[in-house]
Ligand binder design. Structure first.
Ligand SMILES: [Zn+2]
Length: 365
């Protein structure tokens, strides 16, 4: 394996070396003999094997023992500064060009063992079930298409309406009156013909209306509207199938999203069960919120936030570039506070009848 240095900058300050990779933070390393600086410099010239590194360092008059080189590379790996050269690109010029920035993004999280190309493969091999291609869903579809998700199943029952144009940028005026899933699928196919798209034009009236759609699905995303319990139906279908779920939505002034890792994290039914004591004002308020129907105030800037945050959380499940951040927690963005965020975790209910449906899984090591 040849070790490649990621894009970073460094400067010697006295006996220290200050290195910047993520611009919001710097790393200070003790480097009294300049050996770390020399190691970074020869790696910056080109990716190298361990013997190649030793030769290049010797040419600079820097002698290192095998142990020093090994621990130096392990140190750089631990700081996320190096990765495997072969794992940076797929070798297919068309794929590498199409996914140029996707690969660069994964380069923030790659290392000697976790390759950018493996993250990308997981996305390109993934089958994502998109629940609703309206407000949040249409920008979600665009994000998933940009990431290059291999297969999309789009579920919705609505027709395109002129009132959708405040926020649903998949559609054109000529689409008014036509099936949303058909028009959304046409957009995806035109955008990237490599993405396989299936449409399901269906009104969902219970969790059983989703069971035939979860086979072979790696991720469920979005949110169905039309019934106060639609979120719980989706939750039940996802947990029963063992498919991770990311949902989100907005009230008048608050965006929120959360995810469910079936059998591992709390689910939406767990959250719902942790309601205030019956007969209290808080319980009444919760009931009122649950059943409340408002004129849809969702505008483009808000809808796109929901779609993009759901897509990013979904990407965590698909690739593992990070652990899911919203598993068993509701992440809220407050419009009144300039989208300031908060994370509200809730407990897994040991008696949750929905979590009991989850297939048995062994936690990843
Ligand atoms: Zn549960």
């Amino acid at each position: 394996m040849r070790v490649a240095l990621k894009e970073c900058s460094w400067q010697t300050v006295g006996e220290d070396l200050v290195v910047v990779f993520d611009p919001r933070e710097s790393i200070t390393l003790a480097d009294p003999e300049g050996k770390v600086e020399a190691l970074l410099s020869v790696l910056h010239e080109s990716p190298r094997s361990t013997p190649g590194l030793r030769t290049a360092l010797a040419a600079r008059g820097v002698t290192v023992t095998d142990e020093e080189l090994e621990s130096g590379l392990a140190g750089l790996a631990g700081l996320g500064l190096v990765e495997c050269e072969q794992g940076r690109f797929t070798g297919d010029p068309a794929v590498d060009e199409r996914h140029f920035s996707n690969l660069a993004f994964f380069g923030t999280f790659s290392d000697l063992d976790r390759h950018r190309t493996e993250f990308l493969s997981r996305v390109r091999d993934a089958h994502v079930l998109v629940l609703g291609v309206g407000g949040g869903g249409s920008s979600l579809v665009q994000c998933l298409a940009g990431l290059g998700a291999g297969r999309l199943t789009l579920l919705d029952h609505d027709r395109v309406e002129t009132r959708n144009f405040a926020r649903q940028f998949l559609y054109r005026h000529e689409d008014v009156g036509r099936s949303k899933v058909e028009r959304a699928a046409a957009w995806v196919r035109a955008y990237d013909p490599d993405i396989e798209v299936r449409t399901v034009d269906r009104w969902v009236a219970g969790p059983e209306d989703l069971t035939d759609l979860t086979d072979g699905v790696d991720l469920m995303v979005g949110g169905l509207d039309g019934h106060p319990d639609a979120g719980l139906w989706v939750n039940e279908a996802a947990v029963r199938a063992g498919v991770p779920l990311v949902v989100g939505g907005a009230t008048r002034t608050l965006l929120s999203y959360m995810s469910v890792d079936p059998g591992m994290s709390a689910c939406l039914a767990c959250e719902f069960s942790q309601r205030p004591e019956e007969g209290t004002g808080a319980a009444a308020a919760e009931d009122l919120v649950h059943g409340m129907r408002t004129t849809n105030p969702l505008i483009g800037p808000v809808a796109m936030q929901i779609g993009s945050l759901i897509a990013l959380e979904g990407l965590r499940y698909l690739t593992g570039f990070q652990q899911p951040l919203a598993a068993g927690a509701r992440i809220r963005l407050d419009l009144r506070e300039g989208m300031a965020g908060s994370r509200i975790p809730f407990n897994k209910d040991p008696d949750c009848p929905v979590c009991a449906l989850a297939p048995v899984r062994v936690p990843a090591a």
